[in-house]
Design a protein around this ligand. Structure first.
Ligand code: ATM
Length: 211
């Protein structure tokens, strides 16, 4: 008898791409068909990593992108060792809202040299734990602008231009990663309806779970 390991499945994308909505739909769906799974997110998932989240989200965050990457990797080690790996070993699929592709996209921004360095840091930090499947919810620049403007009107975005620039650079980062790892990273047009995006996500997950 051999143990069946769970899969690590990540959802990625820029802010306002609809990840949170899709995370809860995935949870509802996997629960309804009795698939053992856990949901988690980064930065976060364990108390030490939540500290890093609050450190980085404090207004006036002045960390360089390498400083951020190192903090995020410190958080990721704790999350991976204490939560992700034990769940995978116990046969539960781990669905994670952001993982190392967020670091590669936000801190790497599509620059091959930076991405190379970040991959080395990831390897040192957590070894060969990489997602089995990454679902990238991609929003084009125009829609991103509209979604962020809506958030700004609701008081959720404070420095609109800074936020918009960061998301545009991160999108460039995701485009680069998608070219580099086409087998692992699946691009999904997030401009479709919530139901359509959810249907495509379910199809990919079923394919990877062999359902
Ligand atoms: P969420 O809002 O999706 O929880 O992400 C928090 C922020 O952390 C998001 N910022 N914006 N804008 C993306 C950023 N982030 C990184 O820059 N690098 C990472 O490795 C992770 C996990 C998140």
């Amino acid at each position: 008898m051999f143990a069946v390991k769970g899969l690590l499945i990540t959802l990625e994308g820029v802010d306002a791409c609809g990840k949170s909505t899709q995370m809860s739909l995935v949870k509802k769906w996997l629960t309804s068909i009795d698939i053992p799974h856990v949901l988690t997110r980064e930065p976060g998932g364990v108390p030490q990593a939540d500290i890093v989240r609050s450190l980085l989200s404090r207004s006036g965050n002045q960390w360089s992108s390498m400083g951020q990457a190192l903090l995020l990797n410190a958080a990721r080690v704790e999350h991976t060792v204490a939560f992700i790996t034990p769940n995978l070993s116990a046969g539960r699929h781990v669905i994670c809202d952001r993982y190392f592709d967020s670091t590669l996209a936000y801190q790497g921004q599509g620059d091959p040299e930076r991405v190379e360095k970040l991959l080395m840091i990831h390897k040192m930090a957590v070894g060969n734990v990489i997602p089995d499947l990454t679902l990238w919810l991609d929003v084009d620049a125009e829609r991103l602008n509209t979604r962020l403007q809506r958030r700004a009107q609701q008081g959720e975005v404070h420095d609109f231009e800074k936020k918009k620039n960061l998301q545009e650079l991160a999108r460039k980062g995701y485009q680069y990663l998608h070219q580099q790892f086409p087998d692992r990273i699946k691009r999904i047009e997030a401009d479709m309806s919530v139901a359509e995006v959810s249907y495509i996500i379910q199809k990919y997950i079923m394919q990877y779970l062999g359902l």
